[in-house]
Design a binder for this molecule. Structure first.
Ligand SMILES: [Zn+2]
Length: 484
């Protein structure tokens, strides 16, 4: 059997981890010698495989197609292909047994090998995911260490040219909120109302929920410190308040929580239903414990006599949230890969946009020339009037087309970000629930769950809010393709 060597390294950032072309070739030559493989040709290329259209790759394919070799030696599978078109070619060649074996530094692949088929199908995803995961983590960490916030700017700040800048309009409310609350004589609810009256509003012009205001008051970001995955980093962004003011507010917040907890508060009241009769469960306190039971509104429910301790309910609910749990790193990977796919589409879109914009410039130039012609009396008024109308129409059409494409691009990005948020929320649901204070627990559940019913002191049924139900329905949360 004859083999070719294929080595590739692009100048892009993604390739920083990859050995140089010479190193790859030397390594593969050695490998061939060890395994006694006959090398008939060496192909090397310095181009990214994210887009189709690598001349050497094409040359290699036709070399193989002409049956001059049936095996490929490459450093890693991801050297061969990272785009759907090239994947398709390789897959076809495997299926037709035009390629009989692929040898890499980690292992050999045969056409009937499922690992190879699925790796090719997924765009060489295995190695790719590993690289990406490492890169994403490293990227985020290094950003944080440099004082750069790797996420959306919190309220009061804006993302501008990869920087976080103060949102002058909102920052004044944030500052005022901290100042007022630090005095200790105003509730979060009152503060929320007051700020709203003075013009503190969401993008859509709505009032922020008091939980949002509560969240703001707890964010060290506003005095210049970034909290990410439970770690603190000093940020480059301009603070809105001083650390002293922040600390004062924390003291007030803690005091409020303590006094609040002494009141009767049933975290799960209103959330649970009796499976038997459909009534809501209510709660009562006996000897310092909270119990939940069916209100028996219809008068004939035996569940009425079954009391369930709050701790038990908490456990049942936490178990429900298990259904939503999966690795958050995974979300980041899915997100990045969806984004990369989008970026790939984007280059195409960019080409289209460029063509349209060039055409627009051309039309503008033509209009100028027409006007010159008319002014110097080369062109008659009638001809000028007719032509200029045509050009103006074309100009308007082009502008609409450009705008449409640009808006579509933006929409897609927003949808992607929104999906990521839902996934991340699901990931952290159980953790968030178990760590939260009772008041917050209620809120967490209200956001995630639709309906929970209880029978025989056990969970009978649970349904999630639609966006989370999708995640809960997916049994294999590590199935990369499906989740995407
Ligand atoms: Zn009942």
């Amino acid at each position: 059997m004859r083999y070719i060597i294929y080595a590739r390294k692009s100048s892009e950032g993604e390739d920083r981890q990859v050995q140089s072309i010479d190193d790859q070739i030397n390594f593969l030559k050695k490998l061939a010698k060890e395994q006694n493989l006959e090398i008939v040709e060496i192909f090397s290329e310095s181009k990214s495989a994210k887009k189709p259209g690598r001349p050497v790759f094409e040359e290699m394919l036709s070399f193989i197609q002409s049956k001059k070799a049936t095996g490929i030696l490459c450093w890693k599978l991801d050297r061969l292909s990272r785009n759907p078109k090239d994947n398709g070619d390789i897959q076809w060649f495997l299926q037709e047994r035009i390629i009989e074996k692929i040898v890499t530094s980690d292992r050999n692949y045969l056409p009937e090998d499922n690992a190879l088929v699925s790796a090719v199908e997924m765009g060489m995803a295995n190695q790719y995911i590993r690289d990406l995961s490492k890169n994403v983590k490293r990227g985020i960490k290094s950003k944080l260490e440099k004082g750069v916030w790797p996420n959306y700017a919190p309220i009061g700040y804006l993302n501008r040219n990869k920087k976080i800048v103060v949102d002058k309009e909102k920052a004044k409310y944030i500052e005022k909120g901290f100042r007022l609350y630090s005095k200790g004589n105003i509730s979060i609810e009152e503060l929320t109302d007051l700020l709203f009256k003075e013009g503190f509003r969401s993008k859509a012009g709505n009032k922020y929920h008091k939980s949002k205001v509560d969240e703001i008051l707890k964010k060290p970001f506003y005095y210049g410190v970034m909290l990410f995955n439970n770690e603190y980093y000093s940020g480059n962004h301009e603070p809105i308040i001083s650390k002293e003011l922040f600390d004062k507010v924390q003291v007030v917040l803690q005091g409020k929580n303590r006094s609040k907890r002494q009141k009767h508060f049933f975290a799960f009241r209103g959330l649970l239903k009796c499976e038997k009769c459909g009534c809501s469960l209510t709660a009562t306190t006996k000897k310092g414990y909270n119990y939940y039971y069916c209100t028996n509104g219809k008068g004939n429910c035996e569940e009425h006599k079954r009391y369930l301790r709050e701790e038990e309910i908490e456990k049942i609910l936490a178990d429900c949230l298990d259904k939503l749990e999966f690795n958050s790193e995974f979300v980041e990977i899915i997100y990045q890969s969806a984004k990369e796919k989008k970026d790939l589409d984007k280059t195409y879109t960019q080409d289209v946009l460029n063509t349209l914009k060039n055409r627009l410039n051309l039309v503008a130039t033509k209009q100028e020339r027409l006007l010159e012609g008319y002014c110097s009396k080369i062109i008659s008024k009638d001809v000028y009037a007719q032509k200029i109308k045509d050009f103006q129409k074309e100009e308007a059409d082009l502008k609409t087309q450009i705008k449409k494409i640009e808006n579509k691009n933006l929409d897609e990005t927003i949808t992607l970000e929104r999906k990521k948020k839902i996934f991340l929320k699901a990931c952290y649901a159980k953790k968030e629930f178990l760590q939260a204070k009772k008041e917050k627990q209620t809120k967490t559940l209200q956001n995630l769950l639709w309906n929970v019913s209880i029978q025989n002191q056990e969970l009978a049924k649970v349904s999630f809010k639609p966006e989370f139900q999708v995640i809960a329905n997916e049994p294999n949360k590590h199935d990369f393709c499906k989740l995407r």
